[in-house]
Design a protein. Sequence first.
Length: 305
Amino acid sequence: MDRLECDRMFAAVIETGSFAAAAARLGTSTGQASKLVSRLEKELGVQLLTRTTRALALTEVGRAYYERIKAIIEEFDLLDASVRSASGAPTGRLRITAPVTFGTVQLAPVLISFATAFPDIQLDVSFSDRLVGLVDEGYDAAIRIGQPADSSLMAKKLGAIRIVLVAAPSYLDAQKLPVHPSDLVEHRCIVDSNFRDPTSWRFRTVDREQAIATEVKGRLHFSNAGACLAAAEAGLGIARVPSFVAGDSLRAGKLRSVLAEYEDEPRGLYAVYPPGRHLALKVRVLVDFLAAAFKGQPKWDEGWV
């Protein structure tokens, strides 16, 4: 097992490009990562990497060793996963990444329930709006909103995320109420820069047959839906946010829905994970748990639609 630990670290260093990144992937320190690779080189009696202050490079023998050992590690992991699956006891470290707002507001309570149900699984959860590379960065699964762009990953649709327009009663009472998406050009709009096209707000016609895009303007741009929501509650304009963020405020009357009849098609909520001949049991039970938790009409949409 010590040798396997060294081999895993060596492969991680090659795939991530640095000892620091490899250490983060495998949950250890940079110093320990360097020691494991040095131990491997000493045991083999060859130099696998050339190290400078700025970069790492594979030696010729290091490249040949990496190509062989990577396949062996993958086979070992497949064997390990199949045995664990047969035992019926999901165990091990499970690394997950999810968007910040959805992760902290909606996913975290579900993962806490999951951790309670599966006490032998170690959860390592990263909330980030950056598009994380699952394979390169060593993650087991990701939660993503919108059609997954990477076709090499497996994806399980968990549900749908509505995108709604909201504004405070104080703002709407003082303005001419928009009755068509084109009316938004006359309004102060609060822009979430996390969207792919932040200032191009998408809608559907009332008959749902055509798409509409309206270019909006506003002095407030936030890369966080919660901040956009808070600005809307303060009466600073109209915000476009996911309904899982706005639900509580709409139920409480702090916000009103705007242009609901033109609402765009919902975005899909997906669990994505790397492909493999055998899906690790810990990933399988996670995906199944999430699918059950988010099945049907989301709780955040109840009581105001």
